[in-house]
Design a protein around this ligand. Structure first.
Ligand SMILES: *[C@@H]1O[C@H](CO)[C@@H](O)[C@H](O)[C@H]1NC(C)=O
Ligand SMILES: *[C@@H]1O[C@H](CO)[C@@H](O)[C@H](O)[C@H]1NC(C)=O
Ligand SMILES: *[C@@H]1O[C@H](CO)[C@@H](O)[C@H](O)[C@H]1NC(C)=O
Ligand SMILES: *[C@@H]1O[C@H](CO)[C@@H](O)[C@H](O)[C@H]1NC(C)=O
Ligand SMILES: *[C@@H]1O[C@H](CO)[C@@H](O)[C@H](O)[C@H]1NC(C)=O
Ligand SMILES: *[C@@H]1O[C@H](CO)[C@@H](O)[C@H](O)[C@H]1NC(C)=O
Ligand SMILES: *[C@@H]1O[C@H](CO)[C@@H](O)[C@H](O)[C@H]1NC(C)=O
Ligand SMILES: *[C@@H]1O[C@H](CO)[C@@H](O)[C@H](O)[C@H]1NC(C)=O
Length: 661
């Protein structure tokens, strides 16, 4: 690995010669709107408020890894800029803006300033690591750069202070890498985050630094892990990896690194202009979900890639990182398969692994999860027994300080512009409001009023000073989409090959009433089992549970570790020919707050089920779904609800034929 990267590096620098040659950056297909241009509304605003009233919005007040006292004096790997503060800052910048919290915005401003004020004369973004025997590693600065970029987009006047400081850091990093410094195994896997920050500088604050930026991107890529090989189909692991040998650096098959690494090839494409980089990214994405995917939209890795078994774990950090990477992949490539999946992850896997009030989170979630408790034995070869408890910092603290980016970045990526600046694209369906200025001084406001994904109806009010083309993603699972413009006739919507529908709108106000219905679909899962979907939502049997408080933080009584145990039978097989969708009627047209907990979403699917013999494994987790099971009781109707609202669940079901019992 060392030999290989040094050789490659020599080649890059050798080719460069005295006058560094390159051909600039390829444009992204779609462009982000600056932080602040898109705000959540309706139930998504409520969800953001739940997040800010929960662990996320309070941890900086009491949690040692991100409290101010620790920035000033911590000495742990997780403290301040060595990981925790940097992760927190990246996620809190958008969260604080989206809920308009002046109090929390003053905290992110404080963190921005604190780091800049502690930049040393070499350019290192400080404070210096407190354990001075530890070498300087670059990675943990990258989430800080993401946070700073978002703040500058929100408030351009900060650029005068931030951009020169970041350039000083880039110059230092460039020379560190040329001297073989700044890199360790984690930094080598996560180089793409820095590349993306450099590309943001290139796009918005180039200031004559083209050579420095492109050369630094190349240094990062060629000293980093070879994602183009990791994601090639012929190298991609098709089973859980604990008994396989990784031909590449071992951390590439680590779930969070892979979730972040999904951005490596699209960001590489921008400076190589090599279409194969995008093709590899697409191929790798497909293989990842084919061999490790979950009906909740995400993939499984309980540290390392975990295959298809329904009781293997998915780490919360990889959930939020995959969402962010999927948004980026869509923006660079224009392929809506990334957007479809991000929407599914957001509405299923993310809420499933948090309590409804967002005060407790898991480290690992399971698709079939019959307990959340200390597990001995546990089904996760590389994680501890406490991994699926809902709590403050089960197994590792990283997700406590990183999970907060999930919902905010979903919102900030929910609309983009075409790269000619002329059109707006509604990418994720959910209630948000947008205000921006398009090409030709076209001032546009959009209000999306919807309960989606808890309803098929999406009402959009657009007001624009000039006529323009409005684009909206029609998800791949929708059949029979219709639109009525300004209350006129309801017409079928045709999406183009990419999945976008184009609607030409005049200057002034327009209303679009979209209806996006879909059929129930049945996904075949391992062991002859099935998973049930309708629209973006995966449906699960919500196992009745009771709760035991395992621990309570001494300084914040709401930060609790919770054990959930089942209080009713869960061993159901279903007959997939009997499924019936109930749209429900939200009370007063509103969803309850919070929405993601038992009994709260209005939607459900009825299924004919029966109890079967289905053993537990190791007392606390289910064995594989039994194949061709026999009913041991009468058939009955069981209700399946959106998986995000279940905390204990069965969602990969054995099947039986109710006509033959
Ligand atoms: C400082 O870092 C070094 C290298 O990572 C490590 O071996 C040592 O235990 C650390 N010391 C303290 C006090 O954390
Ligand atoms: C933007 O940043 C400037 C400089 O730090 C500050 O004075 C101003 O209050 C900020 N504006 C907003 C809207 O946050
Ligand atoms: C383009 O990328 C592919 C895979 O990422 C790589 O194998 C190939 O060598 C690259 N081509 C060039 C001209 O760099
Ligand atoms: C069930 O499926 C999993 C995942 O493919 C597989 O590892 C396991 O061996 C299967 N179990 C049985 C009993 O076939
Ligand atoms: C257009 O809609 C905006 C709100 O989005 C409203 O303030 C304005 O009055 C409307 N204009 C017309 C002509 O209806
Ligand atoms: C509670 O806060 C005190 C004072 O800041 C601190 O010393 C202590 O470590 C904290 N305890 C916990 C469990 O966080
Ligand atoms: C929860 O239910 C289990 C039985 O399923 C029981 O053993 C346990 O005592 C209950 N715990 C509480 C707190 O009610
Ligand atoms: C099964 O259904 C039959 C007929 O409705 C009923 O008599 C019997 O009590 C039921 N058995 C159970 C275990 O519910």
């Amino acid at each position: 690995m060392f030999a290989k990267s040094h050789l490659a590096l020599a080649l890059v620098l050798g080719c460069a010669g005295p006058a560094f040659a390159h051909s600039g950056l390829a444009a992204k297909k779609y462009l982000n709107l600056p932080l602040g241009a898109i705000k959540p509304s309706g139930w998504l605003l409520d969800q953001l408020n739940v997040q800010m009233s929960g662990l996320w919005g309070h941890e900086h007040e009491f949690y040692h890894y991100v409290s101010q006292t620790d920035w000033l004096g911590g000495d742990s790997y997780y403290s301040n800029l060595e990981e925790a503060g940097s992760y927190w800052f990246n996620a809190m910048v958008p969260a604080a803006v989206l809920v308009d919290s002046a109090e929390v915005q003053s905290q992110t401003q404080y963190f921005l300033d604190f780091v800049l004020d502690n930049q040393d004369e070499t350019g290192w973004l400080g404070p210096e690591v407190f354990n001075s025997s530890k070498p300087r590693f670059l990675w943990a600065r990258y989430p800080y750069l993401f946070g700073a970029m978002q703040l500058v987009e929100y408030n351009n006047t900060l650029a005068d202070r931030v951009i020169p400081a970041v350039y000083k850091f880039v110059t230092l990093a460039n020379s560190m890498m040329k001297n073989g410094a700044g890199l360790e195994d984690w930094t080598r896997t996560r180089w793409e985050d820095f590349v993306i920050a450099l590309q943001w500088l290139y796009d918005f604050y180039l200031n004559g630094n083209e050579d420095l930026l492109i050369e630094t991107m190349q240094l990062l890529k060629w000293t980093g892990d070879p994602w183009e090989d990791v994601f090639a189909t012929e190298n991609f692991p098709t089973t859980a990896v604990e008994n396989l040998r990784n031909p590449f650096p071992v951390l590439t098959w680590h779930g969070v690194n892979m979730a972040e690494g999904l951005k490596a090839l699209p960001s590489t494409y921008r400076f190589t202009h090599n279409q194969s980089d995008l093709d590899r990214a697409s191929e790798g994405w497909d293989a990842l979900f084919q061999y490790h995917g979950r009906p909740s939209g995400i993939f499984a890795a309980d540290e390392y890639l975990a295959g298809l078994g329904a009781i293997r774990g998915t780490e919360l950090c990889l959930v939020v990182e995959t969402m962010f990477s999927g948004s980026y992949l869509f923006q660079v490539s224009g392929d809506l398969k990334y957007a479809d999946r991000v929407e599914r992850i957001t509405y299923n896997a993310l809420p499933a692994t948090l309590t409804g009030d967002m005060w407790s989170r898991q480290y690992l979630q399971e698709q079939n999860q019959i307990a959340a408790q200390n597990m001995d034995p546990n089904p996760f070869p590389n994680d501890g027994p406490y991994s699926n408890v809902f709590g403050l910092e089960p197994n590792y603290p990283c997700c406590t300080v990183n999970h907060g980016q999930g919902f905010p970045k979903f919102v900030t990526n929910s609309f983009v512009k075409t790269n000619d600046d002329a059109s707006l694209v509604q990418v994720y369906l959910g209630p948000v409001a947008v205000h921006t200025v398009l090409a030709g001084d076209n001032t546009v406001s959009v209000d999306v009023d919807t309960l989606y994904p808890f309803s098929d109806a999406v009402n959009v009010v657009v007001s624009a000073t000039k006529e323009f083309t409005y684009l909206v993603r029609i998800p791949s699972w929708v059949s029979g989409a219709t639109v009525s413009v300004n209350g006129g006739a309801t017409n079928g919507i045709q999406a183009d090959n990419s999945g976008l529908a184009a609607i030409d709108l005049p200057a002034g106000n327009s209303t679009l009433s979209l209806n996006l219905p879909s059929e129930i679909t049945i996904e075949n899962r391992p062991n002859n089992s099935v998973a049930i979907h309708r629209g973006p939502l995966n449906y699960a049997f919500d196992i009745p549970r009771n709760q035991t408080v395992l621990a309570q933080n001494a300084n914040e009584s709401r930060a609790v570790d919770l054990q959930f145990e089942v209080t009713a039978p869960w061993q159901y097989a279903i007959d997939p020919t009997t499924l019936k969708f109930n749209a429900g009627t939200p009370q007063g047209g509103q969803l309850p707050s919070p929405i993601f907990d038992s009994g709260l979403p209005p939607l459900s699917i009825d299924a004919t089920g029966c109890l079967i013999e289905w053993a537990v494994a190791g007392d606390t987790f289910a064995s594989d779904p039994p194949q061709n099971p026999s009913c041991i009781g009468n058939t009955t109707t069981i209700k399946l609800i959106p998986l995000g609202a279940t905390k204990l669940r069965i969602s990969e079901f054995p099947v039986f034929d109710s006509a033959n019992v």
